[in-house]
Design a protein around this ligand. Structure first.
Ligand SMILES: NC(=O)c1ccc[n+]([C@@H]2O[C@H](COP(=O)([O-])OP(=O)(O)OC[C@H]3O[C@@H](n4cnc5c(N)ncnc54)[C@H](OP(=O)(O)O)[C@@H]3O)[C@@H](O)[C@H]2O)c1
Length: 328
């Protein structure tokens, strides 16, 4: 049986993707075959599709770190044909062909049954961005951070950032959103930001060793100098959830926020989070933490993913992009 996929190929150091027909793999022991209804576009997928070093093991390759669909075939007692399932992260979209194909072949340990009250579309409007944002926010709620001071979010129009803004706002926090797209004030306000901070304005002055502690906590999706500045502005016992590096991998901080205010820098690696944590996050996102992302989600067919990859690499992503397969 054949299936369609967005296959990225390398030709003399140049990477390009196109829709190809591939052979459905024979199912192996301990694995499931999933018919993918929806995937989504994350920054990591764009890196995989553009041949960025250290993301994909070898090419030709099908990116896609997110899938929602149904079991086609299973060698596992835990899944039966027709079960609705979600898989995100681990080595999918890095070493195993991912959700930019209509079929994926995954170890059963990477897969969870979809919560009944979450459609495949809703699951992928969240996707890896959604569970990453939820894990970042949970670092803050687990520490019972008070609602007295605002929470600051960087990369706020992007996938992880926009879901974090929505979630924190739903949980009753005042959210201040840093963005490189100050024209997107309306969308950021509509998803729950009460103050919009221009990235250029925020970075006009370099980070101090210790600044006024005006934020209760933070979700940082960009890293680099912005992360350093955020850390210096966090109040006593606050948490900085750190998950991204679009703004740079390296940063310099003083020790003062940590030793004079007890600030906690808390890393998130949602791809490799234990499956039990992923289940807990999906349960939260389908119940108490459920979000209506309709205003911040666009749906595209897989055949149109090329320009979206360019856009996200240039930092132009706004909200979430859900990818659908087939001729719908
Ligand atoms: N650790 C994990 O578990 C995990 C999981 C998922 C994603 N990530 C990482 O999180 C980051 C965001 O992922 P995403 O999928 O949300 O990407 P995204 O949709 O592209 O969002 C990133 C946002 O960051 C801002 N930005 C872009 N370039 C920037 C720059 N040079 N300096 C400062 N800000 C910049 C932009 O928002 P504004 O214009 O609004 O500022 C952009 O929309 C990536 O680094 C990704 O690899 C990590």
């Amino acid at each position: 049986m054949k299936y369609k996929a967005y296959l990225v190929e390398e030709n003399e150091g140049t990477f390009s993707g196109s829709i190809k027909e591939l052979d459905t793999p024979e199912i192996s022991e301990g694995k499931v075959l999933i018919k993918v209804e929806y995937s989504s576009l994350n920054y990591k997928d764009a890196l995989a599709a553009s041949g960025a070093k250290g993301v994909v093991r070898s090419y030709p390759f099908v990116p896609g770190v997110d899938v929602a669909g149904e079991i086609l075939e299973s060698t596992s007692n835990n899944f039966s044909k027709g079960d609705r399932v979600i898989a995100t992260g681990y080595k999918m979209g890095m070493a195993e062909f991912g959700g930019f194909g209509e079929i994926v072949h995954l170890p059963e340990e990477w897969v969870i049954k979809s919560p009944d009250n979450l459609s495949n579309f809703e699951a992928m409007s969240l996707g890896t961005a959604g569970i990453t944002a939820a894990e970042c926010v949970k670092k803050i709620t687990d520490k019972n951070i008070s609602h007295n001071l605002p929470i600051i979010v960087s990369g706020s129009t992007g996938g992880v950032g926009s879901v974090a803004v929505s979630l924190l706002s739903k949980l009753g926090y005042e959210v201040h959103a840093i963005t490189g797209k100050p024209d997107e004030v309306e969308i950021l306000k509509s998803i729950g930001a009460s103050e919009i901070i221009s990235r250029n304005e925020f970075m006009k002055e370099p980070a101090k060793a210790l600044d006024k502690g005006i934020y209760g906590s933070a979700v940082d999706t960009v890293g680099g100098d912005i992360l350093a500045k955020i850390i210096s502005m966090i109040s006593n016992q606050g948490v900085v959830s750190c998950c991204g590096n679009v703004g740079g991998a390296m940063f310099t901080s003083s020790v003062f926020p940590f030793i004079l205010r007890g600030v906690q820098l808390s890393g998130v690696d949602s791809a490799e989070s234990p499956i039990e944590i992923k289940k807990e996050l999906w349960n939260l996102l389908s119940n108490k933490w459920s979000l209506d992302l309709a205003n911040q989600t666009r749906t595209i067919n897989i055949s149109n993913v090329g320009p979206e990859i360019d856009k996200i690499l240039q930092g132009g992503q706004i909200g979430r992009v859900v990818i659908q397969h087939g001729d719908k």
